[in-house]
Design a binder for this molecule. Structure first.
Ligand SMILES: C[C@](O)(CO)[C@H](O)COP(=O)(O)OP(=O)(O)OC[C@H]1O[C@@H](n2ccc(N)nc2=O)[C@H](O)[C@@H]1O
Ligand SMILES: Nc1ncnc2c1ncn2[C@@H]1O[C@H](COP(=O)(O)OP(=O)(O)OP(=O)(O)O)[C@@H](O)[C@H]1O
Length: 319
């Protein structure tokens, strides 16, 4: 009997930085209440999902050889979650991750892969499922996963999964300093709890001025307002980040911030040309593993190459 196998689907998905990350108190469920302004960047992963008799995950690029390829991979957990949601047990799916987003870098790389897998599988399986329904599944996989579905710039509350889009008028240009080694998100939250128990580290204020600066599109205004309550904890665990943050500003950036739980540092620049110059100068300063230039906001997880269209590629026929 002939079985029609749909062609593989590839999805591009953005990384995120947090322009503003206010961390509230520890909740009973082990999460912290957040109010954060997410911003999706053009540093991306590409995720290909395909029907296969050899189910599993393969990883290329950032994290190759380090990121787990088994049941712990967030992309695989996304396969299982969507399969369970639509009643397809034991999905015969192969997922290939081409990673540009640093691993354990505070840029939501694993979350991005999970979001991309949900979008890719929904296309591969031709599911009648909207982004909001996918976001419900995404939220169970991780706090950052729903944002990777929508992209753009958004205010996140709850543990980060409740999203409202924010108007962001112009592109902003960024330089990212990637560190030699990642930081574990839970340990950075724990370090913040420890610092708060030991003293009273300053808390960043309201996100409202950030939202206004985004609407104005003026990077100089936004630069004054970048803030992250997790930065003190990330710097406490990785003191060298102080030097990285200083080096970015010395290289000509308007301002720098630790991205999410770190250790990646994000530097806001005055324009595209300035970002290239800052990146070149920062790369020579010897304070990080490598640098990347990116812009935001960009859209969330999207099928690339038109594979979503039934006629874009002929179906493969397997005997
Ligand atoms: C730091 C951020 O990237 C900011 O956007 C996110 O808050 C982290 O999101 P994530 O990596 O998707 O995190 P999850 O996989 O949901 O949670 C990992 C761990 O981080 C801590 N965590 C996460 C989110 C949150 N609001 N409070 C927390 O305390 C908890 O210890 C949790 O067990
Ligand atoms: N698809 C994946 N990509 C990267 N890491 C993954 C993936 N699946 C599971 N992991 C595991 O999750 C850990 C955290 O990875 P990730 O790159 O998502 O961190 P992060 O970007 O700091 O997360 P966030 O910014 O959401 O807190 C890794 O060290 C790795 O062991």
């Amino acid at each position: 009997m002939l079985a029609v196998v749909p062609p593989p689907v590839t999805v591009r998905v953005p990384s995120k930085i947090n322009l503003h990350l206010a961390v509230g108190d520890l909740r009973d469920d082990g999460y912290h209440e957040l109010a954060t302004v997410f911003h999706a960047l053009s540093l991306t992963d590409e995720v290909t999902v395909a029907t296969s008799d050899d189910p599993g995950v393969e990883v290329y690029g950032e994290g190759e050889g380090v990121v787990p390829t088994g049941a712990n991979n967030l992309a695989w957990r996304a396969v299982q979650a969507l399969a369970a949601h639509v009643g397809r047990p034991e999905p015969k799916i192969r997922v290939a991750l081409r990673k540009g987003i640093p691993v354990a870098g505070g840029m939501a790389g694993g979350s991005a892969d999970a979001a991309a897998t949900l979008v890719g599988l929904a296309a591969l399986w031709r599911l009648e499922i909207g982004r909001d329904e996918l976001a419900g599944i995404a939220a169970k996989l991780g706090s950052d996963v729903p944002f990777a579905l929508y992209g753009g710039t958004a205010l996140g509350t709850g543990r980060g999964e409740r999203l409202v889009q924010v108007l962001s008028r112009h592109p902003f240009h960024w330089v990212l300093a990637l560190d030699q080694k990642g930081l574990s998100t839970p340990s950075v939250f724990r370090e913040l709890d420890r610092l708060r128990e030991a003293g009273d580290p300053p808390r960043i204020g309201s996100h409202t001025p950030v939202v206004e600066a985004l609407a104005s599109g003026d990077p100089r205004q936004l630069a004054l307002l970048l803030g992250n309550d997790l930065q003190a904890a990330a710097v406490s665990l990785r003191p060298g980040l102080r030097r990285t943050l200083r080096a970015g500003v010395d290289a000509g950036a308007l301002a720098g911030t630790v991205s999410g739980s770190g250790p990646t540092c994000a530097f806001l620049c005055d324009g595209a040309q300035s970002a290239v110059e800052v990146a070149a100068s920062l790369a020579g300063a010897g304070v990080c593993r490598t640098v990347r230039v990116a812009h935001g906001p960009v859209p969330g997880a999207r099928v690339v190459g038109g594979e979503e269209s039934p006629r874009s590629a002929p179906p493969q026929v397997h005997a």
